[in-house]
Design a protein around this ligand. Structure first.
Ligand code: UDP
Ligand code: MG
Length: 319
């Protein structure tokens, strides 16, 4: 039995030392279990890769997998899953927001037969009100619209069995939402609760715009509800306009003047409103077409710059 730990790293130089210390302390405390630490450098510009390369020289358990530029967290973790050869694979952030001390609990659940053990956040320290409430809204929305049950209040911190890793390797969609793919894979999935700490150093890489982008990727990857919205909205407008027609007809018959509804103002509002709805729905359709277009290009999800201490691999796409 072997454990792989994947750490996606993007400009986390200050966090790597403390992370390495806490991770290795936890892993060494687990009896007789060989382990490897895969640091995926996602195009850092702050010397993170050099720090990891130095660690890899002194510790044979450490591997540096360097991407050719910044591809984003989802691509970096995918690269980790493609290279991890453990029976249990743990994905953990580099900023120490996810405490490595939870890993033994995850392993216990895994030994008891769970194929995925994800961390569920009981408390989130050091994150803004905006981030917490938008994250909570996002998870609830995603749960409602998605075809697979994606657990709420979970991040990427999780332990995944080799069988599920193999499923992930077969899913080459791009852009991707790894958490959703893990849920989609099925098998027995369980949660362990933990308190999410504040970042050890540095700042979050997920600005509001990046979060919105990821939410769109997640929703479009697991739901076609946005496409159906046009139908729902259209039906509502038809019902409303029919009722309004009847109302206008009746008031013509029964009263001298139409109610305060008449005139250009109403017409102008209605035209702009419906024009807006059309454009919004067009953009939803365009988004899905864009996804199809991206998919047909079959570009690799990431490009490798090299792997240390092993020779550079040739391609970022194992399939
Ligand atoms: N990360 C990455 N590539 C990116 C952005 C982030 O590999 O383009 C890594 C980052 O170094 C960290 C993890 O993904 O280990 C989570 O990022 P962050 O802490 O900024 O996200 P948050 O915890 O605020 O959601
Ligand atoms: Mg973080």
């Amino acid at each position: 039995m072997r454990i792989s730990v994947i750490v996606p790293v993007y400009n986390e130089a200050e966090n790597l030392g403390p992370l390495y210390k806490r991770l290795t302390a936890v892993l060494e405390g687990i009896d007789d279990t060989p382990h490897e630490l895969l640091f995926v450098d996602d195009g850092s510009t702050d010397g993170s890769a050099d720090t990891i390369a130095a660690l890899a020289k002194t510790d044979p358990r450490v591997r540096l997998i360097k991407l050719s530029r910044n591809f984003g967290h989802e691509a970096a973790s995918t690269c980790g899953f493609d290279h991890a050869d453990g029976d249990a694979v743990v994905l953990i952030d580099a900023d120490l927001q996810d405490p490595p001390e939870v890993i033994p609990q995850m392993l216990d659940r895994w030994r008891d037969g769970a194929a995925v053990v994800y961390g569920r956040r009981r408390r989130r320290d050091g994150e803004s009100w905006f981030k917490r409430s938008s994250a909570s809204l996002f998870y609830r929305l995603l749960q409602r619209v998605s075809d697979v049950p994606i657990p709420t209040d979970t991040g990427d911190f999780r332990l995944i069995d080799r069988r599920v890793v193999q499923v992930l390797r077969r899913c080459r969609e791009n852009p991707r939402f790894v958490r959703g793919l893990v849920s989609w894979a099925g098998f027995r999935q369980e949660a362990v609760e933990y308190d999410r700490d504040a970042r050890h150093a540095g700042e979050t890489k997920y600005r509001p715009l990046a979060l919105i982008k990821l939410s769109l990727v997640a929703i479009s990857a697991f739901s076609l509800v946005p496409l159906r919205l046009a139908g729902y909205l259209g039906s509502a407008v038809v019902v409303f306009s029919l009722a309004f027609t009847v109302y206008i007809g009746l008031s013509r018959l029964l009263a001298e003047e139409l109610m305060p509804w008449q005139g250009y103002a109403l017409l102008t509002c209605a035209v702009f409103f419906l024009g807006g709805i059309h454009l919004i729905m067009l953009s939803v359709v365009a988004y899905y077409i864009g996804l199809i277009f991206n998919h047909t290009r079959h570009r690799p999800i990431y490009v490798l710059d090299g792997v240390e201490p092993f020779a550079p691999a040739e391609s970022g796409n194992p399939t």
